[in-house]
Design a protein around this ligand. Sequence first.
Ligand code: NPW
Ligand code: ADP
Ligand code: K
Length: 507
Amino acid sequence: MRYILKAYEMKMYDGDTIERIGIPSMVLMERAALSVIESLSERNLMPQKVLVVAGMGNNGGDGLAVGRLLAEKGAEVAFYMAGNPDKMTEETRRQLFILKNLGFSIQSKLELAEYDMVVDALFGIGLSRNVEGEYLTLIREMNRLGKKGAFLLSLDIPSGVCADTGRILGEAVQANLTVTFAYAKRGHFLYPGREYTGKLMVKDIGITESSFLKGRPGAFCYEKEDLHRLLPKRKPWGNKGTFGKVLLVAGSYDMCGACVLCGKSILRAGAGMVKIITPSCNRIILQETFPEAMLYTFEDKPHMEKVKNSLDWADVVVAGPGIGMGNGTKELMEYLLKDKRCPMVIDADGLNLLAAHQDLFELAAERGEGKLVITPHPGELLRLMKMDMEVYKEDREKLIFTLAKGLHCVVAAKDAVTLVAENGREEIYMNTSGNDGMATAGSGDALAGIIGGLLAQGMDCFFGACLGVYLHGLAGEEAAGKKGRYGMTALDLVKELPFVMTFYGPN
Ligand SMILES: NC(=O)C1=CN([C@@H]2O[C@H](COP(=O)(O)OP(=O)(O)OC[C@H]3O[C@@H](n4cnc5c(N)ncnc54)[C@H](OP(=O)(O)O)[C@@H]3O)[C@@H](O)[C@H]2O)[C@@H](O)CC1
Ligand SMILES: Nc1ncnc2c1ncn2[C@@H]1O[C@H](COP(=O)(O)OP(=O)(O)O)[C@@H](O)[C@H]1O
Ligand SMILES: [K+]
């Protein structure tokens, strides 16, 4: 597990380390610079001719120190500083003083020579507005040198990327490598900042969790090493009942694939049994392609008595993929929602029904904490919130928390970076796995199934949703590795799930 910070959190922890713990700011800066050299040597990158572009803030100070250490290692280093010297921080002023004592000079005008590495130390997490004027020219110049073959190394965050949102404030450095200090920042993972970050290395510089005085940071992500600990432990004595029974309500006359993709994901995530409620037109195809599943198929509308029997049998319900909006689906959802016994995952048309019928929305909200996970994509989220795309772009996180509060539930809000929030929980899960190959029909059905399968094995709704999202992304990475991001399909992803769980998991 790794924390992902906003700039103010990083500043708070920095400040505490310096003031309360007592590690001098210059020590942190030297450690930051040393960690950059270490990162370069880990990647076998030892440049000969380097340009350091430094700002007046502490990011600039980091840059001056990195340049000095590279010169110690034999590189020829040129320094350029931008900004008003009156605004130079004390630490950066000290770095400049050291450089001058060592006989280095600062270029008064940027020399457009050939460099094999450019160190971008113009702005770090202190960037507070759009870049303009000389700063904009410098960012463009660094990118131009990058295009000509120079390696672009950004310190802490590429200059121009907003550390909190990943937005590009004007223009940003297109880094090959970003070495960040202490903790990753949100802008490294949120698009478009993620595309500018290049390879990210997070380096310890002596700022630790003991400085989390006012509570933990607001966001976290999972890493592969966590899977050992996170996956539900298999019970050697278990039978298929032990690993959970999932009732899947999916599919319609023109949509059978949702039953297959979601149902197979439920079993591949480790659940013991799946039973599908779907129209009878899907029966033959399901029996042929998915013989593991039990079925209750109905002609026109489901008999509620049969639905009740299935509900009584189930440990978890997954409802919505491909069910459509007509022909008794509202009544079916109403019936499912009224049975508050087991946790429920609602996806796709299940969510569209909640958006279209306020009474269903209210019923869902009544299920109570720990009993509901919803997995909306942006369109479904906006329909549920009755908002438009502008609001989503402006503050997606706020929308997600508002929805989690309104429905008293866990929201796994799908997108290129899926976020998971829970009503009453301050921290948000920010997913870092996956790729654009997953933007393919049916990929969301697979996610709903994976989460359902994990809940069936006893996981709690929030952590089950976070883990499901992470595993789904890892399976997407495996599928992309084999089939490529162009041609991979949702079924390719589902097929990789057992490998991901076995390779990184505890068994
Ligand atoms: N604390 C520590 O011990 C450690 C900190 N570390 C390092 O410090 C970095 C944070 O340093 P920082 O807070 O000084 O901010 P930084 O990003 O250098 O820039 C601020 C300057 O930029 C200016 N400015 C902002 N936006 C602008 C714009 N659009 N256009 C023009 N100017 C703009 C802003 O001016 P102002 O907004 O005040 O006008 C101010 O002068 C962090 O990323 C890490 O690298 C490490 O050494 C580890 C130890
Ligand atoms: N660029 C991307 N990077 C990572 N994951 C992505 C990307 N695009 C889509 N995904 C993931 O793929 C899934 C798509 O789900 P969804 O939109 O519901 O598809 P469908 O309705 O076709 O099943 C989501 O889990 C989403 O997070
Ligand atoms: K930078």
